[in-house]
Design a protein around this ligand. Structure first.
Ligand code: NDP
Length: 338
């Protein structure tokens, strides 16, 4: 079959494209400009007959994907801004929400062969701000309306996390609402994947460490550049998934009947920055030791995710923190950045 992947030059999407090609799919990849497709063509040169590129300059335009959806059997919609620098929340909301609805509109109108659409959402659409001292495990039943409210009430002055997280929450809600509203008219079903922080080696071209994608930028800043005060390394954490495992989940989402109509948290487990520092040092990264009093066995993770649905539907064997770190360190070494 042929699969449309939007935002194909991104960190996650390049691994999604690679997984699809390795599993025998043909891929039609959307990028915003010809030049953003150059590297993609290069790294997948051995699959040139199976990879098509299509330029979609503005994913928010009416009919943006009308041409792109024609003749594809499935869609993986990953394109969405991920950074915490926006002043105006609309800078995030517009491409996140409209980009998603444009894709679904085009699929409805012109995607005659489309059987399944996978939207890359996030745990950003699931969690809430942690309450000090209170542990909470989030599941697919939870929605991050808290940060949508923050943005509604405070606009530009909303918390920096709220702008990104609200854009993901609103985009995911828009996708489910579209499906509900067009029940009976659509020939496809929806799968939504909700990953926490995504880490792992990169396939994308990165000009300098300042140009890393958001999640790898944070990893690099914390572990390599020691950007946090030492005591915070044993405090700050969340959950994570290896980028290659998330890519596999995108492929499995097309193959597992049971994924249809489901929102699925895909998470490998919790972390604190000190865990990554310790692992990086183990694999030869010359970085400061951080908080030597840290004890991984007793540290408290306030925010956890229940990933049992993914285990049931996908049964992925997740990379361990050691495996992922080893590959990140090798990647950063090959770029001369560590
Ligand atoms: P990247 O920044 O590497 O990739 C983002 C992709 O989306 C790029 O192709 C980018 O295109 C495109 N994009 C961004 N803004 C716009 C816009 N305004 N209009 C059109 N296209 C746009 O990030 P990731 O690969 O990490 O993110 C991919 C998806 O995964 C996103 O939906 C993100 O929310 C989700 N996700 C990521 C996590 C992570 O930790 N990395 C965690 C959870 C979810 P261009 O290069 O042209 O800007």
């Amino acid at each position: 079959g042929k699969v449309l992947v939007s935002g194909a030059n991104g960190y996650v999407a390049l691994w999604v494209v690679r997984s699809l090609l390795e599993h025998g799919y043909s891929v039609r990849a959307t990028v915003r400009s010809e030049s953003k497709g150059t590297h993609l063509r290069k790294i997948f040169a051995s699959y040139s007959e199976k990879l098509e590129l299509i330029v979609v300059p503005d994913i928010t335009a009416a009919g943006a994907f009308d041409e792109a959806v024609q003749g594809v059997d499935a869609i993986e919609h990953t394109a969405s801004p991920f950074h915490f620098k926006a002043e105006d929340p609309e800078e995030m909301n517009r491409p996140a929400v409209l980009g998603t609805t444009r894709m679904l509109e085009s699929a409805l109108a012109h995607g005659k062969a489309v059987k399944r659409i996978v939207v890359t959402s996030s745990c950003a659409s699931v969690f809430n701000f942690p309450v000090p001292g209170k542990r909470r495990t989030f599941s697919e039943a939870d929605w991050n309306d808290q940060m949508v409210e923050d943005v509604k009430k405070n606009g530009r002055n909303a918390h920096m996390y709220s702008k990104y997280c609200a854009s993901k929450t609103l985009a995911e809600r828009a996708a489910w609402e579209f499906v509900e509203k067009n029940k009976g008219k659509i020939g496809w079903d929806l799968v939504v994947l909700n990953p926490p922080y995504v880490y792992g080696p990169m396939l994308q071209e990165v000009s300098s460490p300042d140009a890393l994608n958001e999640s790898m930028q944070e990893w690099y800043d914390a572990v390599v550049k020691s950007a946090h005060p030492v005591k915070d390394l044993s405090e700050i954490g969340s959950e994570w998934v290896d980028v290659r495992d998330l890519a596999e989940a995108h492929t499995l989402s097309l193959q597992r009947e049971a994924a249809g109509g489901e929102r699925i948290i895909v998470s490998g487990g919790p972390w604190k920055w000190q865990d990554w520092v310790n692992a990086a040092r183990k694999f030869g990264a010359d970085v400061p030791e951080g908080d030597t009093s840290y004890d991984a066995a007793t540290t408290v993770h306030l925010t956890r995710y229940d990933a049992s649905k993914a285990a049931r539907i996908f049964g992925i064997k997740y990379h361990t923190m050691d495996e992922t770190t080893k590959d990140i360190v090798a990647d950063l070494k090959s770029r001369g950045w560590i």
